[in-house]
Design a protein around this ligand. Structure first.
Ligand SMILES: Nc1ncnc2c1ncn2[C@@H]1O[C@H](COP(=O)(O)OP(=O)(O)OP(=O)(O)O)[C@@H](O)[C@H]1O
Length: 831
């Protein structure tokens, strides 16, 4: 798993590098690049005529006008007639891929009618063009990433200055000129962690026949159509020109085409123009016009013609970048293979398929620049994506257009809350392998494309230029739906082998179903029990979290502390059960009286209440006690015959902090017989107290000859007084062994032990006196039991209060509702 994580981190780094290199490469190539493609001679063409258009090499094209008259055009790339679709796409691909790296891209096909624009952009079944290949490449790249994507697809046509949605079926009139056809691929990538949504788009535009209107001798409507197309092209040229000159005003609004392409034509966009020319002599004038237009666009990018030296230098750099890109690509492939192998290995070892997160590769997106995502986070993220979609939010809670633009994030308020709510019903991510676009007027169609119809205004909609441009485009961004979540989990396949697609609605429904089908109802008793067990002793003793454990000095303190805690917890549970059977109030009182009657020799023993099994004593009374410090090892003497009273005895503690109020802390503890490492019986005292300032560890040897006190106190002194005024003390952190006189040990038959612990810390003096009374053994267990009960009672009480509050809120809401307020109002109120 570590190796997997390292490989993923590697891939993340490589992706960052790849993006950087690609960007540098495109910068060198220029943000506006112009390619030229010459259509091959077809059967219908007069091939006996002299061909006026000849591609000289990969970047130059010669145009022959007449005998000895020619003109040479230079472009970034010239595709000669025999160039394949593969070759074309190879050059286009970097621009397409830059869209997944956070750039908008725009690919124009320009040229006279019949020169092969549609062939290049769409292609045929046998020779797919740029659009299908681009989609395939993008889907593949998205599937390789660990970010979910939403792909939206739309096709528009600009007819006589109006936008027309080509995905909306309508009766179309035959037109002389093919108007610009614009295909938009919109990619939204979600990063649920940062709640960021990055959207990039690629416009692939078939600009339509650019032939001169005069040549077609068109009249009336046809003339207008041709004119509109040429105006669009002219406006496009103006925009590119203004962008190049960095004018303060860019004339986007001069045509619908430039208005629509506004955010894909600019500094952070990659623009590619594919100019198409015919090889026929009769089209010479048109060819020249097209080439001149393309040259104009290219000259904008290049500015002054660069020197040969600069050109060579640029090409060298580009080659090196290309080499580097190839290296990165190969390396990525290698790492992905390694990841695959490791996953298989892991599967073999664990017997379970590795989680999808481990198979995922870090994507190519700019998110990585900020923070490479961990695999676990990735899985969470995928689940959060659907939550991030503003599916059912009231309108007023959705992020506004300006806020989305300004921050590039969804608003943190309502959307986040909604996301949190949906998180618990995380949907299974879906994978779609291609785009399903319903093309008829069915209900499904309406759900998928309704906004497309609203936003992309056809001729039927008499709309103003304002509302049919930016706003409508933004609107359509949200709502044209073609969903591809390129996650590892594939969609189920139908028996016929076809992928089963889910519409967004279905996904949402599925999500709901999942939620309903997996209720997480917890029995409150179970919860209380599990909570009690989960937190062990500490939680079951309420907030009394101090634990005093007295380990052997050579023992590993941490390990033993944990095991002691577990044992203590078990003991307490047993005690709780035991006392549940035994206890009644009268008996407790009786036993308490017995204890008071004389089993204790210490004044603090005769306590009327259970909680006073250990009494306070004035710390000053102990201040004169003898202090023993001896580094003798424990357990050297024989234990007294009767020391079984200390086995699993329970007691409670009162604590007195000098100078503060002396309200007893409702604490518990346990004394147990244990064997130390040398096999000697030891007495272990564990205290659970409310104080958390320091913990004390004390082990009493059952021989009563020595006491080891390993005190985890920073500074200060702790003095333990056992029985009749014999005290031991320990200061600093070094374990010290205290010898206790034998006569104390001889009192082993006594049923009372009295231990006083005094802690004089840097700031204050604390005293703690412990009394153990064997006679009241059962009673001594009670405080622990009552604590447990009181905790449960407390939690129940808290729950009851919460439920009451909820009921009150509901009643209040119903009251408001009867006033006729809107649903949205309550939503906001709840928030
Ligand atoms: N490079 C090419 N290789 C093979 N056939 C081509 C090529 N370019 C174009 N063609 C063929 O030429 C014909 C006209 O091409 P296409 O329809 O793509 O032109 P167009 O510029 O899109 O025309 P219009 O502007 O009218 O849409 C088609 O039959 C197409 O198959």
């Amino acid at each position: 798993e570590d190796e997997l994580a390292a490989l993923n981190a590697n891939i993340c780094q490589l992706n960052i590098q790849r993006r950087q290199v690609l960007n540098d490469f495109l910068d060198l190539k220029g943000n506006i690049r112009v390619f030229c493609r010459v259509r091959p001679i077809t059967m219908g063409d007069n091939c006996y005529l002299l061909r006026p258009v000849v591609s000289l090499d990969s970047s130059r094209l010669a145009l022959y006008f007449a005998k000895n008259k020619s003109k040479i055009y230079s472009f970034d790339k010239v595709f000669h007639p025999s160039s394949s679709q593969d070759e074309v796409f190879e050059e286009v691909e970097p621009v397409i891929k830059s869209a997944l790296d956070g750039y908008n891209a725009c690919i124009f096909a320009y040229g006279q009618t019949g020169t092969g624009k549609t062939f290049t952009m769409e292609g045929t079944a046998d020779h797919p063009g740029v659009i299908p290949r681009a989609m395939e490449a993008l889907f593949k790249q998205a599937a390789d990433s660990n970010h979910p994507f939403l792909f939206s697809f739309s096709m528009l046509e600009i007819y006589m200055g109006y936008l027309k949605d080509l995905l909306v079926p309508r009766t179309t009139k035959a037109t002389e000129h093919m108007p610009p056809c614009m295909t938009r691929l919109l990619m939204t990538c979600f990063d649920a962690n940062t709640r960021r949504r990055i959207t990039n788009k690629i416009w692939m535009v078939d600009l339509g026949g650019s032939e001169r209107v005069l040549k077609t001798k068109a009249m009336g409507r046809r003339f207008e159509e041709g004119k509109a197309i040429n105006l669009s092209l002219s406006a496009l040229g103006d925009v590119i020109n203004a962008l190049h000159k960095k004018n303060s005003h860019i004339p986007y609004r001069n045509s619908k085409l430039t208005q629509v392409l506004k955010d894909s034509l600019g500094e952070d966009s990659k623009t590619l123009m594919l100019v198409h020319v015919s090889p026929k002599e009769e089209d010479l004038c048109e060819t020249m016009c097209s080439l001149n237009f393309a040259t104009r666009a290219r000259s904008i990018h290049l500015g002054n013609e660069e020197s040969n030296e600069a050109k060579v230098q640029r090409e060298v750099e580009m080659n090196s970048l290309q080499y580097r890109m190839k290296w990165i690509e190969d390396k990525r492939q290698d790492i992905r293979r390694e990841i695959q192998m490791l996953n298989e290995k892991l599967e073999d070892l664990t017997g379970t398929p590795p989680s999808s997160s481990k198979q995922l590769e870090v994507s190519h997106l700019p998110f990585e620049l900020e923070k490479p995502q961990s695999n676990i986070e990735t899985v969470k993220k995928i689940g959060n994506v659907m939550a991030a979609l503003p599916l059912k939010l009231p309108r007023f809670m959705r992020p506004t257009l300006s806020s989305r633009r300004k921050f590039g994030v969804d608003r943190q308020t309502s959307a986040e809350n909604d996301a949190k709510a949906v998180k618990t019903r995380r949907p299974k991510p879906h994978h779609a392998e291609s785009v399903s676009l319903p093309m008829n007027g069915t209900a499904e169609y309406n759900s998928e494309s309704i906004i497309s119809r609203n936003s992309c205004l056809g001729l039927e909609h008499k709309c103003t230029p304002d509302n049919e441009t930016e706003g409508s485009q933004e609107k359509s961004e949200c709502d044209i739906k073609t969903v591809v979540f390129p996650i590892q989990d594939k969609l189920p396949r139908a028996p016929n082998g076809k992928t089963v697609y889910h519409s967004c609605g279905q996904t949402h429904r599925n999500r709901k179903t999942n939620y309903i089908n997996s209720p997480k109802l917890i029995n409150i008793d179970d919860w209380l029990q599990s909570n009690k067990y989960a937190h062990g002793t500490i939680s079951s003793t309420h907030q009394n979290k101090r634990v005093l454990v007295i380990p052997h000095p050579e023992k590993n303190r941490r390990g033993s502390l944990r095991s002691e805690l577990e044992e203590l917890h078990d003991d307490k549970v047993n005690a709780y059960k035991l006392s549940k059977n035994k206890t009644n109030h009268d008996k407790i009182k009786k036993l308490a009286k017995v204890g008071a009657a004389g089993t204790s020799r210490s004044e603090g023993v005769a306590m009327p209440t259970l909680i006073k099994k250990f009494s306070n004593e004035d710390s000053r009374s102990n201040s004169s006690s003898t202090t023993y410090t001896n580094n003798d090892s424990c357990g050297t003497s024989t234990p007294p015959a009767n020391c079984g009273i200390y086995s699993n005895d329970y007691f409670s503690v009162e604590e007195n902090v000098r100078g503060t109020s002396t309200s007893p802390a409702n604490c518990g503890g346990v004394i147990k017989e244990k064997k130390d490492e040398s096999g000697v019986n030891c007495l272990q005292v564990q205290l659970i107290e409310s104080e958390t300032k320091f913990s004390e560890l004390l082990m009493l040897n059952t021989s009563w000859t020595s006491i080891h006190s390993a005190l985890d106190v920073s500074g200060g002194t702790i003095t333990a007084v056992i029985d009749s005024g014999v005290s031991i003390s320990r200061s600093e952190q070094r374990p010290t062994y205290h010898e206790v006189p034998n006569e104390i040990g001889n009192k082993g038959e006594d049923k009372t032990m009295h231990i006083s612990l005094h802690h004089s810390g840097p700031g204050k003096l604390q005293q703690r006196n412990l009394h153990l009374d064997k006679a009241n053994e059962v009673d001594i267990a009670m405080p622990i039991q009552s604590q447990g009960q009181s905790m449960i009672a407390g939690i129940c009480n808290l729950l009851r209060q919460k439920i009451q509050t909820l009921c009150n809120c509901a009643l209040l809401g119903l009251g408001f509702k009867s006033l006729g307020l809107e649903h949205d109002f309550f939503y906001a109120l709840m928030l």
